[in-house]
Write a protein of this length. Structure first.
Length: 490
């Protein structure tokens, strides 16, 4: 074995060791089967190259046995299998969504073990997606039936997901990373010298030189952030918007023109049910391009590690907002150069999650508000500060969470001020990569606050902030005893 292969082998063994330390056996049967089929090899021929028996390979492909370190190493060396791509399970978010759907009481007679659910998500992901879509349709119909009351005979109920929900699911299940679009934006950023040059000036000049588009001030009476007139080739921007917002809107317009072909191809592959969903997705993809242009992948990933993911320092270096920085950190999922797996969310004062993504094991609930014990709610009570929390979810996973309030204003005393809180976090195994872990002191079990995903699926029985009972637990009512809740669980 040459030196290069030796280094690669040590790296692969290191990845495998980390997974074993996390007590996560590798069941990657579908990936192995797809790799074998791409080489047009029989199980016997493929097993021979791996140095294992055909029966063992068959068990691996059926997810009846996990993959050993020696097999993983052979896959990497003989078939260029990307081990780093499985260091964070890509099926976690699908497993979370499926588990939440099957927590509904209608599925109680058909309760499945966690291992059964893993087998479905790993071996038949399309079936898992189909079941989730069916449950969403059932959920919507149930909610509409409950709200009918005296409106019987009114508008017919729709079982299809709303266009907005369909697009949000699209980004969720592509891991919030669109490779073709991200690389196109990074290439253009390199040509424009971003982020080292003055961003707004450079983007404005590029719009003029490359597309004949002139940037002007928007009429304050229009109350718009951006308005583009394709006939006059004028892009009007809110003159009172923050500089980061103005730069983002110019980058959006560049993406709408220069990345239109990639965007059209991406939308076509998504097979949306409605035209509205496709158009909403186009806007989302233009937003994605804008973020990737202003915060190009390689320079941003490098700076994030150098500055230990300090949101304020990154915002200053790249001339971006805190929300743009936090959102971009959640998209660093390029297979050969992944960032630290983080979760990102934005919530309003009512607790509604208006943006969500997680490259970590923590997956946000698809229905209901965020857990009230999560520190993101406290951000509204500490304006101008970044607050920290060590948190543990019911599955035993532990996280470093940071949150802060952001304010969006159209300018001026009389203008409306929209307030949100953004949250960013990672598993504690990555906490040392974040400046926010400094000074937390000894980290022991008592340091972690117990949080859940959503009350409707949270199994904690002793939570003093529970809003509603969990769907899959029967209640016991005792008229002679009262604790935090007016009921207990059987």
């Amino acid at each position: 074995m040459n030196v290069c292969n030796s280094v690669v082998s040590k790296w692969h063994i290191h990845i495998y060791a980390k997974l074993q330390m996390a007590n996560r056996k590798l069941f990657i049967g579908r990936k192995v089967r797809e790799l074998r089929e791409s080489t047009h090899a029989t199980q016997a021929a493929f097993a021979e190259r791996l140095g294992i028996s055909a029966s063992y390979l068959n068990q691996i492909e059926q997810n009846q046995r996990s993959v050993s370190a020696s097999v993983l190493l052979a896959l990497a060396e003989k078939f260029s299998f990307d081990i780093a791509s499985i260091s964070e399970s890509e099926s976690d978010r699908l497993l979370s969504a499926l588990s939440e759907a099957l927590a509904d009481p209608i599925f109680r007679p058909y309760a499945q073990s966690l291992q059964d659910l893993k087998l479905v998500t790993q071996n038949a992901p399309s079936l898992a997606h189909a079941l989730i879509v069916c449950h969403q349709a059932y959920q919507r119909n149930s909610e509409q039936l409950a709200s009918l009351d005296d409106r019987l005979g009114g508008q017919a109920m729709q079982a299809d997901p709303s266009p907005y929900d369909e697009v949000r699911d699209f980004f969720h299940f592509v891991d919030n990373y669109v490779d073709d679009l991200d690389r196109a934006a990074e290439t253009l950023a390199g040509r424009l010298g971003l982020p080292d040059r003055d961003v707004s000036t450079r983007l404005e000049r590029h719009l003029d030189a490359a597309h004949g588009i002139r940037v002007t001030r928007a009429d304050p009476q229009d109350q718009v952030i951006r308005r583009f007139d394709p006939k006059s080739r004028i892009l009007a921007l809110d003159d009172y918007a923050a500089s980061a917002t103005r730069a983002f809107q110019m980058a959006f317009q560049i993406g709408a023109i220069e990345a239109s072909e990639v965007i059209d191809q991406t939308v076509a592959r998504a097979n949306f049910r409605t035209v509205q969903a496709a158009e909403i997705c186009r806007i989302g993809l233009c937003n994605y391009f804008a973020g990737a242009l202003l915060l190009p992948y390689a320079p941003f990933r490098k700076a994030a590690r150098e500055l230990r993911h300090d949101l304020e320092l990154l915002a200053t270096r790249f001339g971006a907002s805190l929300e743009q920085i936090a959102h971009r950190l959640s998209t660093l999922q390029r297979s050969e150069a992944r960032g630290i797996p983080v979760f990102f969310a934005r919530i309003d004062r009512a607790g509604n999650i208006t943006k969500r993504h997680s490259a970590a094991r923590l997956q946000f609930a698809r229905f209901g508000a965020a857990c009230p014990l999560w520190n993101v709610h406290g951000a509204f009570e500490a304006p101008g500060r970044i607050i920290r929390q060590l948190a543990e979810t019911p599955d035993g996973a532990r996280y470093l969470c940071v949150a802060t309030e952001i304010v969006k204003s159209g300018g001026g005393f009389a203008a409306a001020h929209r307030r949100f809180a953004i949250a960013l976090g990672c598993e504690v195994t990555h906490a040392q990569e974040f400046v926010y872990s400094d000074g937390l002191g000894p980290i022991d079990k008592a340091s972690f606050d117990p949080i859940g995903i959503s009350c409707r699926i949270c199994e904690r029985t002793d939570c003093h902030q529970r809003a509603v009972p969990p769907l899959n637990r029967k209640l016991s009512i005792d008229h002679d005893r009262r604790s935090f809740l007016p009921y207990s669980f059987l």
